[in-house]
Design a protein around this ligand. Structure first.
Ligand code: CDP
Ligand code: CDP
Length: 225
């Protein structure tokens, strides 16, 4: 009998993690868990409640009173907090600009990681984020670290915005990505970092399909080993 495994996908902003993770999960009939959406949901709720995004204690209290749920509807990820559908809201600039500060609070990370580890107990899971291979599922059977140049990543987000009909400023996206990369890599608690046993894939000139296939090959190789 084939054993279901955990696949950890980490990397900087717009490296293609969520798109590729979702494809891999679909192919294997696994569950996909977007941990970035969890930090974004908390950020949304903090802003909505008028709590200062720089007060760790108060942000933690909001988290402890907030149920964040991720589920699939018609192949689309739906995110709810306390039963309110906030799938679209969490992608807004206001949330994006504040999320890395909130994600830097150690007490917030402890609670988030606890929730994520509970979700990862069921194997047959693809989880993406910044610290999945290093902290959330250090025993994941397959670990991938996706990278791409800042220029390429900004272009991808820019294109995505234009396709959705959203206003988009390439230079502003570049600044946001560079700033979040810096905050995520330099924070004290579980910074963005490649796990020692993760396979790094530079996706700068790869298609989504290429990256998906390469990860599925790694999974196949693990299962055959
Ligand atoms: O999709 P994008 O790369 O823009 O970001 P995301 O994956 O939605 O994550 C948003 C932010 O949440 C990141 O910039 C990190 O600050 C934080 N995050 C984190 O600290 N740890 C995770 N496991 C996932 C996200
Ligand atoms: O989750 P993360 O922030 O790492 O990235 P994403 O939201 O999955 O991908 C950002 C954008 O880049 C999406 O519009 C993808 O379709 C696109 N992308 C791409 O053009 N080529 C790749 N190899 C991967 C993603």
């Amino acid at each position: 009998i084939e054993k279901d495994i955990a696949i950890a996908i980490d990397g900087p902003a717009a490296a293609g993690k969520s798109t590729v993770a979702k494809n891999v999960a679909d192919d294997l009939h696994y569950i996909y868990i977007d941990t970035g959406a969890m930090y974004r949901s908390l950020t949304y709720e903090v802003i909505k409640q008028g709590v200062s995004t720089s007060k760790e204690e108060e942000v933690l209290q909001v988290l402890l009173n907030t149920e964040i749920m991720l589920h699939n509807e018609n192949n689309q990820q739906v995110v709810t907090v306390n039963n309110e559908n906030i799938t679209e809201e969490i992608r807004k600039e206001e949330v994006t600009n504040a999320v890395s500060e909130i994600a830097s609070f150690p007490s917030v990370r402890i609670e988030m990681v606890k929730r994520q580890q509970k979700l990862a107990l069921m194997r047959g899971v693809v989880m993406d984020g910044r610290d999945i291979g290093t902290h959330v599922i250090p025993d994941a059977e397959v670990k991938v670290f996706l990278i791409a140049s800042v220029e390429e990543r900004a272009q991808r987000r820019h294109k995505e915005n234009k396709e959705k009909g959203f206003p988009s400023d390439l230079e502003a996206i570049k600044r946001d990505i560079a700033l979040r990369d810096k905050m995520d890599s330099e924070r004290q608690t579980s910074p963005l970092k490649k796990a020692e046993d993760a396979i790094e894939i530079d996706t700068t000139s790869m298609t989504i399909n290429d990256v998906t296939k390469q990860i599925l090959n790694l999974v196949q190789a693990y299962k055959e080993a």
